[in-house]
Design a protein around this ligand. Structure first.
Ligand code: ZN
Length: 287
């Protein structure tokens, strides 16, 4: 028996399996960031995370004129894919206008064994990675860091959060830094920033994700992104906004937790950012 929604359900299904478009594309912008632009650092547990959670970074780069650096915390667990994954990340970053950086300062290399087991053991390899990450924080002096929240499901995502928290005090940053906690494998308990994304921005996130060719062949992560962001708009209305409040009018939104580091850690403010709204002033000293 048919339902009034059959056509809509079939449209979703068909969107998951239509032929892949060509990815021969010019970058979003050829305009480099200014030399003195503030830096948004993405601590990406894997190549592709910078694209999957990159809505905020795209906005900071292309609307706010910030520099965005994607720090490739790991290149995944498969040794035979590491080099290819670096190059896939490079293609995605070129398209997005982000820089790609190695946490070791060595092209095509990244940390190994970033897991909750290594964190709990505080192994020599883990402690060395903490020190190396602190060095990168000193180099890039980020005013914003995008990192997964502590319970983001995948062991490397959770461990990347802990790695950053351990490295931050060592880096001795001299300016306030906003930590925006991304979510992908698990939703987070306390989202604080709800960022509406335009269809164009979501298309850019999908395109960049699709450039991780080896990954999307296993699972079409790029094609499920609109559904994830539609769900973000649903959850954010009540979790960043007030329970029971009127719908925000946002169709697609990315949610982030928000902490502020100024030598100690504070909870950040709550903000709903509609399309066309000014971004919160991340350089202000009033938070
Ligand atoms: Zn990941």
């Amino acid at each position: 028996m048919s339902t009034p929604f059959d056509e809509m359900v079939n449209a979703y299904q068909n969107a998951l399996s239509s032929p892949e478009p060509s990815l021969a594309l010019t970058p979003i912008s050829s305009q480099p960031a200014a030399n003195d632009a503030p830096c948004c650092l993405i601590c990406a547990p894997h190549p592709d995370d910078e694209s999957l959670v990159g809505g905020l970074a795209i906005r900071m780069r292309h609307q706010e004129g910030w520099r965005v650096v994607n720090l490739a915390i790991t290149l995944g667990s498969r040794k035979d894919r590491k080099q290819a994954r670096w190059h896939e990340a490079q293609a995605a970053c070129n398209y997005l206008g982000f820089e790609l950086a190695s946490p070791l300062g060595i092209q095509e290399q990244a940390f190994e064994n970033i897991t909750l087991d290594a964190f709990e053991a505080q192994s020599p390899q883990w402690l060395s990675s903490v020190t190396e990450l602190a060095t990168q924080l000193q180099i890039f002096k980020p005013r914003m860091i995008i990192v997964p929240h502590a319970l983001d499901g995948h062991t490397t995502h959770c461990a990347t959060y802990h790695l950053l928290m351990q490295a931050l005090p060592l880096a001795k940053l001299t300016e306030r830094c906003h930590l925006l906690l991304s979510e992908y494998w698990n939703t987070q308990l306390s989202p604080r920033l709800m960022l509406a994304l335009s269809p164009t921005e979501v298309g850019q996130m999908m395109t960049a994700t699709a450039m991780h060719i080896g990954e999307v062949m296993r699972n079409p992560y790029h094609r499920s992104l609109p559904a994830w962001l539609i769900d973000g708009a649903r959850r954010g209305a009540e979790r960043v906004g007030l329970p029971g409040q009127a719908a925000t009018g946002m169709n697609m939104a990315a949610l982030y937790g928000w902490l502020v580091w100024d030598g100690t850690l504070h909870e950040g403010p709550k903000a709903l950012v509609q399309l066309g709204d000014a971004m919160p002033d991340f350089l202000s000293s009033t938070f």
